[in-house]
Design a protein around this ligand. Sequence first.
Ligand code: ACO
Length: 446
Amino acid sequence: MDSSLPTAQTNSPAGEAARRDTLTITDNRTGRSYEIPITHDTIRANDLRQIKVNSSDFGMMSYDPAFSNTASCVSRITYIDGDAGILRYRGYPIEELAEKSTYLETAYLLLRGELPSSAQLKEWQYHVTHHTFIHESIKKFLDGFHYDAHPMGMLTSTIAALSTFYPDAKHIFDATSRLKQTYRLIGKMPTIAAFSYRHTLGMPYVYPDNDLSYPGNFLNMLFRTSETRYRPNPTLEKALDVLFILHADHEQNCSANTIRGVGSSHVDPFSASAAAISALYGPLHGGANEEALRMLTEIGSIKKVPEFIQKVKAGEKKLMGFGHRIYKNYDPRARIIKQIAYEVFELMGKNPLLEIALECERIALEDDYFVKRKLYPNVDFYTGLIYQSMGFPTTMFPVLFAIPRMSGWVAQWEEMLLDSEQKIARPRQVYLGQQTRNYVPIEERG
Ligand code: ACO
């Protein structure tokens, strides 16, 4: 582990001479003790391997299904304190970035580690903007999907297909190639997402307009009809940009872990990103925004909220958009999103589902079931209401999550590639299946 990381805080009294940063483990099977180093409040799982009953023993492993207490990497990108409800990108609080930054500037920060100078930002925006067009054959590829294909499925497949258009992307240890693929991935995500949406409507694709901002151009490609020049509404353009900032990265979540795991096989970044998008698609991850809106629609009225909450408490339903593996406090993104919701509703009219959402939140925050389990609204609880008011169908919600998350995925992928401690990801298992047995011919099987 890289010792240049800031030392983790300890609560040992100052001047405690006998203090050692080690852990002593006694194996009661053998009576032997082992002293294991602690770095950054962490022990290395491989240090457990010396704990053996005899010399032919494989050695001790740690068992951690779903990685709930296992650090799989050292990272310098995103910091979350789930108990305090804190989220920072490269040290900058999410609240400050949401208020003062733009999505493209934040993407630069995530990828490069520092906020850009104005010349660096200009260059970065130029290159991302000039990689928004897609090969004409990709349009034909999209045409092959059914009219009712889920846009997330179209996005996954099309991003995977990009690896066939850009075979140079295989040069993953060439920094110039990595940068080129980064421009392509971040630049083309809104285009492919918008084209997928237009395909479901049977409407002609709208080509990117390089004079518009990143979110403004996305709105153009989605919603432009007969106008000669599309002008995005500034409130919606700003709201989308802030939502993009809030979704840009979230440390070692399911999809970040996926891009690191798949990328550790040294496959090209388009194939690895397609895997990350698939991970995000699931209803327990980025697909939760779609499910949350379906749930609010199903509840239907404020009067029915208590009945629905009862079903959740009885284990018959899940309150989608609630709960988080890391946050045991209010998700700081949900707080900002709630604010954006009111700004969008002022322009577009209040979403009738808002009252139901607020009532669910009110009851849940007071109810012992949710309080005891520390279940709070997460990023997905209110986003659906905003997206719906902006005119997006529910199937586009996870796509709206995936577009900005691409910058976080690429940052996580590149950090993994350049980390000399990382190797192909390959967990161990605890095998509890059958031991050796002989093959039985079919006619002799009972
Ligand atoms: N509704 C009702 N009960 C819940 C919910 C929920 N949304 N979330 C967790 N619980 C309960 C569990 O049933 C469990 O109860 P128990 O202790 O009686 O068995 C307890 O709270 C702990 O939950 P776990 O499932 O162990 O928590 P975990 O960290 O594994 O799961 C997750 C986190 C997947 C986000 C979960 O809270 C969930 O399914 N939420 C709904 C889906 C959702 O909103 N996902 C988006 C997450 S944010 C993101 O990925 C962008």
